[in-house]
Design a protein around this ligand. Structure first.
Ligand SMILES: NC(=O)c1ccc[n+]([C@@H]2O[C@H](COP(=O)([O-])OP(=O)(O)OC[C@H]3O[C@@H](n4cnc5c(N)ncnc54)[C@H](OP(=O)(O)O)[C@@H]3O)[C@@H](O)[C@H]2O)c1
Length: 246
């Protein structure tokens, strides 16, 4: 099945983890992809892994306006347009209770996790071919969590941004979000390393997520198979959300 033949997708934060798995999946279904990330060497290695004919990397910070313009311009020049955007890059540099949160850390989290998603969407629209957007939220955006409170606040804002943009951009562009639980990547390693079996007990499907668990749903939401789906946030949580408390 080649749902993305002739299409171009830009995925932010895709040199490893969930973003790279999404890029791999889209390429395997016919897409050309532009991927971003801060570390140039890691990005180059990811492009080599995806295949240079249909993948290209543009290094930079997701909250840098010049980088955004360069990456989106590159997608148009190299692959002739931009059909799909995945706002995947996200950070969480703060740990501890909200009452002790450094305001500058909070600003940075909001700029990277929320404002950047809005800016990438706006800039991608200017190319004129955008069909769909997927924003990478988190189950942390749907309930309270210990120690990563402002990250959750930002991911909740991203869920509302998704609904808001879906309403404003319909019918031309669909905008949806994904809300994964713990997926095994460098980003989340502190949440499970050394105690994976115990953490996995919270999940009816009896294991933690892996990046490919998110790539399939991302491809679905971006594709025409989801042509009548917009403004939604899909939980990808191994069933954790349905387990009764106690
Ligand atoms: N893993 C989980 O359990 C989980 C659960 C729910 C949601 N999420 C969300 O999923 C997304 C991806 O996370 P992941 O787990 O795949 O993390 P990861 O494996 O650490 O990968 C993060 C990717 O984003 C890039 N990146 C990080 N900060 C960036 C920035 N400021 N500007 C540009 N690129 C940046 C990284 O490359 P560089 O470091 O070289 O920039 C890397 O390519 C995030 O939005 C995260 O909040 C993850």
């Amino acid at each position: 099945m080649q749902r993305f033949e002739g299409r171009t997708a830009l995925i932010t934060g895709a040199s490893r983890g969930i973003g790279l798995a999404i890029a791999r999946r889209l390429v395997s279904e016919g897409a050309s992809v532009v991927i971003t990330g801060r570390d140039e060497d890691a990005l180059e290695a990811a492009v080599a892994d995806l295949g240079k004919e249909r993948a290209s990397g543009v290094p930079g910070r997701v909250d840098d306006a010049e980088h955004r313009t360069a990456a989106i311009g590159h997608a148009a020049e190299r692959f002739g347009g931009l059909d799909h955007l995945v706002n995947n890059a996200g950070i969480n540099p703060a740990w501890g209770p909200l009452t002790e949160l450094d305001a500058n850390a909070a600003r940075k989290i909001f700029e990277v996790n929320v404002l950047a998603a809005l800016e990438w969407t706006r800039a991608s629209l200017a190319i004129g071919a955008l069909r769909s957007v997927v924003n990478m939220s988190s189950i942390a955006g749907t309930a309270a969590s210990d120690n990563i409170g402002f990250y959750g606040v930002s991911k909740a804002a991203l869920i509302n941004l998704t609904a808001q943009l879906a309403e404003e951009l319909a019918p031309a562009v669909r905008v949806n979000a994904l809300a994964p639980a713990v997926v095994k990547t460098r980003f989340s390693s502190a949440l499970y390393e050394g105690r994976e079996e115990g953490v996995a007990r919270a999940y009816p499907l009896a294991r933690l997520g892996v990046p490919d668990d998110v790539a399939g749903p991302a491809a679905f939401l971006l594709s025409d198979d989801a042509a009548w789906v917009t403004g939604q946030t899909l939980r990808i949580d191994g069933g954790a959300g349905i387990r009764p408390v106690g």
